[in-house]
Design a protein. Structure first.
Length: 313
């Protein structure tokens, strides 16, 4: 009985002892857990900003496109946040464009830009003022005739008829004979021209006469002389001889030049209208003077014209 009682007491003590330690261990573990949690919270709140973070694998949205291989020329741009330009798109690239564009603008205009053409010069003032056409002609010069029938070249020798050569030289230089008709062309005799197609010009030059030159050369085939209305009446009208018209020498017609190239062009000028009015059916010189080319082109449309005269070397 005593033994049983003692055993019971011992078992009770053991149970109390173990229960005591069990409860103590539970409290201890709970305390340790609390302390550990507090320690981790402190570490996260206070010291986390000072520790380097481990890099994370890029996601599909934030992944940066790797640089292209050397042989590639195109690179896809990475998306940017609004208001935050990248160094590559707003700093480097515009500078490169500025280097390329600004020098090109300074050196030359774009290829597609039209180049400004010089404005054509107006009529020579001497056309309406003969006193401005007083230059001395070279001792010898050539004049190219560009006509509706073709081209020919005349050589002028000033010593043959100095005043006639000077007058012709000045008239060529100011463009007097441009767009002007061979209005009197008589087969086997001569081709006459020299009345302006502009009546205003005729009124200025009709009274601008020059004195006669002594006749030094004969009016042979291909020579050129001034037409006259009597002594010292030469103005602007000329004729080219189709034949040797030596009978004209005694009348004071002084040649000052000769056709040296293209005489066949002169020989083929339109001549079917013949002698002028009133003796023939051709143009009237008086009406040419007052009405100009409008009269000739409406009534004598087949006449040949001088398109341009120019002094050549």
């Amino acid at each position: 009985m005593l033994i049983t009682t003692c055993t019971t007491i011992v078992d009770a003590v053991h149970i109390q002892f173990f229960e005591f330690w069990r409860q103590k261990m539970i409290r201890t573990r709970t305390l340790l857990f609390i302390l550990l949690a507090a320690f981790l919270w402190i570490q996260a709140g206070c010291g986390g900003g000072q520790q380097p973070q481990q890099p994370t694998a890029p996601s599909e949205k934030s992944q940066v496109t790797p640089p292209p291989a050397p042989q590639e020329t195109k690179q896809e741009p990475t998306p940017l946040e609004p208001g935050k330009p990248s160094e590559a798109t707003e700093t480097s690239k515009p500078k490169e464009e500025a280097k390329l564009e600004k020098p090109s603008e300074a050196k030359a205009p774009p290829k597609s830009a039209p180049i400004a053409k010089p404005k054509p010069a107006g009529p020579n003032p001497a056309l309406l003022d003969p006193s401005l056409a007083k230059a001395k002609a070279p001792e010898q010069f050539k004049v190219k005739f560009e006509t509706t029938k073709g081209n020919f070249v005349l050589q002028v020798t000033r010593s043959w008829a100095p005043q006639g050569a000077d007058r012709f030289y000045n008239l060529v230089k100011i463009g007097f004979y441009n767009d002007l008709a061979f209005f009197r062309v008589i087969d086997g005799f001569m081709a006459q021209f020299g009345i302006s197609g502009d009546p205003k010009i005729n009124t200025k030059w009709d009274p601008a006469t020059i004195s006669d030159d002594p006749v030094k050369e004969s009016n042979k085939h291909g020579t050129i002389s001034f037409a006259t209305a009597g002594p010292n009446t030469r103005t602007t009208q000329l004729f080219i001889n189709f034949a040797d018209n030596t009978m004209l020498d005694k009348s004071g017609f002084a040649p000052f030049g000769k056709v040296i190239e293209g005489m066949t062009v002169v020989d083929n000028l339109y001549k079917e209208y013949g002698e002028g009015a009133p003796r023939g059916m051709g143009p009237s010189q008086g009406l040419i003077q007052s009405q100009g080319n409008s009269y000739l082109k409406s009534h004598f449309p087949k006449l040949d014209y001088i398109k341009n005269l120019s002094v050549v070397q």
